[in-house]
Design a protein. Structure first.
Length: 215
């Protein structure tokens, strides 16, 4: 049967009737249900993950769908290593792709993807993960006809090597602030340096990596 796998905050109202609303986009995947011993299954769609698209502020509880006086927009991109020779187009990651393409999504289990109309071989249960990373946050105000940008924060991420043989983790390396009320003014980016620390107790002779992650 269809079930909810998580709950999202959609709506907040205070005792005076002031309200704000949260709006989401979602990622859809498929898995093989009704598996038969003789082979074959039915591709069933499910919501694999989702992300916050925008928040609308300054609303009233009796008029939630009005043009909000203020809004924050969130921009996402693929969790992928973009290079001058590789554009990280979403369609390029498939279960059967060459390893040289799949490795461009270091922390995305592409082998668990299954599209509509396909037989999801060896994928008989839902798996929950996101292909998206947050790349930009923009605040906006309503000028009477449209939302105009006020400030933007651009987030730069990469996948630094761990050095212990485990998969590369996503790391926030810089934040760049641009004021956009009038002529755009961009400040120098805030850059982050990390220190590697183990994520598990690395026992002597256990044959397992320390699972290093940056702090």
């Amino acid at each position: 049967c269809d079930q909810a796998y998580r709950w999202n905050l959609d709506y907040v109202v205070d005792p005076r009737g002031n309200a704000m609303t949260y709006w989401y986009d979602k990622e859809v995947n498929h898995y093989g249900s009704n598996y038969k011993i003789a082979g074959g299954s039915t591709a069933r769609s499910y919501d694999r993950s989702g992300w916050l698209d925008h928040i609308s502020y300054g609303l009233r509880s009796d008029n939630l769908f009005a043009s909000a006086p203020a809004q924050v927009d969130f921009t996402v991109a693929e969790r992928c290593l973009t290079t001058k020779d590789f554009d990280c187009a979403e369609a390029k990651l498939k279960p059967e792709v060459d390893w040289n393409i799949a490795k461009m999504w270091p922390d995305t289990p592409g082998d668990q993807l299954c599209a509509a109309g396909e037989e999801c071989k060896a994928r008989f249960t839902p798996t929950f993960f996101s292909r998206k990373r947050l790349t930009e946050v923009t605040t906006k105000v309503w000028n009477g006809t449209k939302h105009t940008p006020v400030d933007t924060w651009k987030l730069t991420q990469d996948f630094p090597q761990t050095g212990d043989g485990t998969d590369y983790p996503l790391w926030l390396s810089a934040i760049e602030h641009t004021g956009r009320n009038g002529d755009a003014v961009t400040l120098p980016p805030v850059k982050f340096r990390g220190k590697q620390l183990p994520n598990r107790v690395d026992g002597m002779g256990d044959g397992k990596p320390p699972y290093l992650r940056y702090r």
